[in-house]
Design a binder for this molecule. Sequence first.
Ligand code: GRF
Length: 187
Amino acid sequence: MRNIAIFASGSGSNAENIIRYFKNHPLVKVDSVWSNKKDAFALKRAEDLGVESHYFTKEEFSGSDWLIRELQRRDIELIVLAGFLVLVPPEFVDAFTILNIHPALLPNYGGKGMYGSRVHESVVNNKEKESGITIHLVNNEYDKGEPLLQVRCPVFPEDTPDTLASRIHELEYQYFPGAIEEFLNRK
Ligand code: GRF
């Protein structure tokens, strides 16, 4: 089996969607879901679907190699960031292949502080005609790794950040699991 670990800080609807997609997959397994937030709903979603879920402290994430060793012990081949809001330390970038999804068309509306509803608020305030998703490799800078896939969607004049967020979430559900699978196939 090729083992994936998902990192998520919030609701975890993408994490859930990815778990469901790979549930009976012959080659790929979601081994575990990890969060920097003890009360992240992502952890509950994983548990409910029978996937191990764990919280880690700031020190465990960036102050020691405990988590890297633990993920290596689990034979994790790919880390998937799905709404994970912390910059990944360079030691992780060196040790693992990591994918992220960003809810806009990078390089626009990316970088430090550009996450969640802030992205959609900026897109709507700037009266953009389109937005979308970017699935990309993770390097040592926020949202700067090599893009693997971008999918576009319209932004309508009557859109609010919330209506745009739901359209973007639908794109994420539709494309993220398949992009992970395809990436592993090519790896
Ligand atoms: C998604 O829009 C993702 O692109 C962004 O954070 C959001 C997470 O949503 N990085 P959820 O927690 O998966 O519902």
